[in-house]
Design a protein around this ligand. Structure first.
Ligand code: TRP
Length: 332
C-alpha cells in the first residue's frame, strides 16, 4: 500500500454538478484504491457565508448522499463531516497564531470576497486558508486533490506547515502537494457560454447530478449557441466548443465525430445536436439519480456512515493534535 495520505473536502453549498464530478469527485473515487483517503464535507467553511441552520444541515446531508452516489466507499475511505472533528478547530487556532495579516489579505479568494460582499468581510473569510490548512494537516496529508482555484490555499498550507515545523524544531507536518489522479481532471464548461460550470454562474448554467430528465432537457435546449458556422472547418466559438466538450464527456466518440463533421461542413443543426446531448446526458446521469434517491431515504445507513467516519477521522486527528500540543508545550 502506498504510504501517501490523501485529504480533500467540498464546501456544501447545494447539490453537486457535473463540474464537481469531473473536477473532483471522480478523482476521489479513483484514489480510494491506492491511498489512505480522508474525504470530508467542509461544513465549518460554510459558515463564512452565514447559511440558515436548515440549509447548513440539508446541504451537508445532500453532499454526503452525493459523495456516496458518486462512488465514494466508506469501507475504503474515511468519509466524515468537518464539524464532527473539533480537533480541526484546535489546530486552526494554533496555526492562526503564526498566520500573518498581510499574507492572508493577499489571498486571491479573499480579495474576491471583499469585492463580492463588502458588508460581510468577516475574520472567518480572512482565515479561510488557515482552516483549510488545519483540515489537511490534522491528518498529515501529503496529497490533496483540488482544482486550480485552490492551489494558492495549498501553497499557504505548506507555508504554515513549514513555519510550524521551524518554530518548534520538529518535523511534525509534511508539506502537502496538489494532486490529480492520472492528470485527468476534466474542466466542465457551463451552458451559458461561460468557461466554467458552476452554481454561482446562475440557474441553468449547471447540470446537477440529481436533475430530473425534464430539467436536463430544458437546460440543454436553452444552452447558448450562435447562428451557425458560415465557413468550412472554421474554429468554433466558445459556446459551441462548450457543447462539444459536454458531448465528449457523455456521448460516444462516433456521435462527437458525426456532429463535428456536420459542423465542419456547415450543415449542423444545433437543435439536433442539443437533443442528442440531452438524451446522452440523461442516460449518463441516470445511475446517479437512482443512487441518490435510494440513499436519500436511508436515514439509518447515512447515520451509520457518519458515525463510522467520525470515529476513524477522530483517531487520526487525535494522534496529530496530541503531538502538536506536546511540541507547543502543553504537557499536562
Ligand atoms: N476550499 C475548498 C473549496 O472551496 C474546500 C476545502 C476546505 C478543502 N478544506 C479543504 C479542499 C481541505 C481540500 C482540502 O473547494
Amino acid at each position: 500500500m502506498n504510504k501517501d495520505i490523501v485529504c480533500s473536502g467540498i464546501r456544501p453549498t447545494g447539490n453537486l454538478h457535473l463540474g464537481n464530478y469531473f473536477g473532483a469527485l471522480r478523482n476521489f473515487v479513483k484514489m480510494q484504491d491506492e491511498f489512505q483517503c480522508f474525504f470530508f464535507i467542509a461544513d465549518y467553511h460554510s459558515l463564512t457565508t452565514h447559511p440558515t441552520p436548515e440549509n447548513l444541515y440539508n446541504n451537508a446531508r445532500q453532499i454526503l448522499v452525493e459523495y456516496l452516489a458518486a462512488g465514494l466507499d466508506p469501507e475504503k475511505s474515511t468519509i466524515y463531516l468537518q464539524s464532527d472533528l473539533p480537533e480541526t478547530i484546535e489546530l486552526y487556532l494554533f496555526l492562526n497564531m503564526n498566520a500573518y495579516l498581510g499574507e492572508l489579505e493577499r489571498v486571491t479568494s479573499f480579495k474576491d470576497k471583499v469585492r463580492q460582499q463588502p458588508n460581510n468581510v468577516n475574520a472567518g473569510l480572512l482565515t479561510y486558508p488557515t482552516l483549510m490548512a488545519a483540515d489537511i494537516l490534522i491528518h498529515k496529508a501529503t496529497k490533496v486533490p483540488v482544482g486550480k482555484d485552490q492551489e494558492q490555499h495549498l501553497e499557504m498550507t505548506r507555508t504554515f506547515a513549514g513555519r510550524f515545523n521551524n518554530m518548534y524544531k520538529h518535523e511534525v507536518f509534511p508539506l502537502p502537494q496538489a494532486y490529480n489522479f492520472g492528470n485527468d481532471l476534466v474542466k466542465i464548461p457551463g451552458l451559458d457560454g461561460s468557461g466554467k460550470m458552476g452554481k454561482s454562474e446562475g440557474e441553468g448554467n449547471a447540470i446537477f447530478l440529481n436533475d430530473e430528465p425534464g430539467v436536463i432537457r430544458k437546460k440543454i435546449m436553452r444552452a447558448k449557441t450562435d447562428s451557425g458556422p458560415t465557413e468550412m472547418n472554421q474554429t468554433k466559438p466558445i459556446e459551441i466548443e462548450n457543447l462539444f466538450t459536454l458531448l465528449k464527456v457523455v456521448s460516444s466518440p462516433e456521435t462527437v465525430e458525426y456532429f463535428d463533421d456536420l459542423y465542419n461542413r456547415c450543415q449542423v443543426r444545433y437543435g439536433d445536436l442539443k437533443k442528442q446531448l440531452a438524451e446522452d446526458m440523461v442516460n449518463f446521469t441516470q445511475p446517479f439519480r437512482e443512487r441518490i434517491a435510494e440513499l436519500s431515504s436511508n436515514e439509518e445507513y447515512l447515520k451509520r456512515i457518519m458515525d463510522q467516519g467520525k470515529e476513524k477521522a477522530h483517531e487520526s486527528a487525535r494522534r496529530t493534535i496530541d503531538e502538536v500540543r506536546h511540541v507547543i508545550g502543553y504537557r499536562n
